[in-house]
Design a protein around this ligand. Structure first.
Ligand SMILES: [Zn+2]
Length: 58
């Protein structure tokens, strides 16, 4: 997901809680930033932490 799109998502999402159902690599000007972002709220996610959370919720 493009970093600009992620920021727009964050703005639209506001302060609502999010369980980060799915994440995507963040891209800036077409190249990966190495970060992952939630496709729902646009927040930057620690991929390892996110994975752990997903496993916990299974
Ligand atoms: Zn989220």
């Amino acid at each position: 997901m493009d970093a600009k799109k992620a920021r727009a998502l964050t703005k639209n999402w506001g302060d609502k809680p999010c369980n980060h159902p799915s994440i995507d690599k963040e891209y800036d000007a077409g190249s990966s930033t190495g970060d992952y972002i939630c496709t729902q709220c646009g927040q930057v996610i620690d991929k390892d932490e996110w994975k752990k959370e997903q496993e916990k919720n299974e």
